[in-house]
Write a protein that binds this ligand. Structure first.
Ligand SMILES: Nc1ncnc2c1ncn2[C@@H]1O[C@H](COP(=O)(O)OP(=O)(O)OP(=O)(O)O)[C@@H](O)[C@H]1O
Length: 189
């Protein structure tokens, strides 16, 4: 399936529906099979669906045209066995808008993850990353909008962290990613 269109057309939302559908259909083929998946980590279908919050946190941003605009392209492959059982998946990404990391136009934001980390969802996270509490202190992510109408960055951070958990990222792996984000914010100063 090729999902294409101008910004705001609905590519991201409808891609999510396609993936959720394929995961559901793939899961039906294995409903009676026993799962040996550890508790915190989700099933394969859950993991595939949960790639979205993570990709959106790191690759989507508010633009003047779309509050959740994907700033990269992706090629998603779902693998099925001969019996129709979902067997895996992979995602290629390309053309991430890197300039947004250091500069935002009026009415826009940097990538969601910066604001999620600063949201105070985990009260100790900012301390661990040596970040102060004031987003405005960090030039790289405070040149234009700081919030999005109708979006709670604290809640979104919870959704991102849950997605990492379901996909099987451990605490150290998550912290390493957050450290990279914080490192960029520190570099801007
Ligand atoms: N199927 C849908 N049902 C309801 N609302 C939708 C649907 N598709 C899109 N929208 C609305 O349109 C907005 C923009 O959609 P979406 O983010 O999917 O666009 P896009 O084509 O991926 O844009 P971009 O290229 O900027 O990433 C969504 O936030 C949502 O409000």
């Amino acid at each position: 399936m090729l999902i294409t269109g101008e910004s705001g057309a609905g590519k991201t939302e409808n891609t999510k529906k396609v993936i959720a559908y394929l995961a559901l259909v793939g899961a039906m083929q294995q409903a009676n099979e026993k799962s040996d998946v550890p508790k915190k980590r989700g099933t394969l279908e859950e993991q595939i669906v949960q790639t979205n919050p993570v990709l959106e946190a790191f690759g989507n941003a508010k633009t003047v045209r779309n509050n959740n605009s994907s700033r990269f392209g992706k090629f998603i492959r779902s693998h099925f066995s001969a019996s129709g059982k979902l067997a895996g998946g992979d995602i290629d990404h390309y053309l991430l808008e890197k300039s947004r990391v250091v500069r935002q136009a009026p009415g826009e934001r940097c990538y969601h993850i910066f604001y999620q980390i600063m949201s105070g969802w985990d009260p100790k996270l900012r301390d661990k990353l040596k970040l102060n509490n004031d987003l405005k202190y960090y030039h790289f992510c405070s040149q234009a909008e700081l919030t999005i109408d109708g979006v709670n960055d604290k809640e979104e951070m919870g959704i991102t962290q849950t997605a990492f958990d379901i996909m099987g990222f451990d605490e150290v792996e998550c912290m390493n990613l957050y450290k990279n984000v914080a490192g960029i914010m520190h570099m801007g100063e």
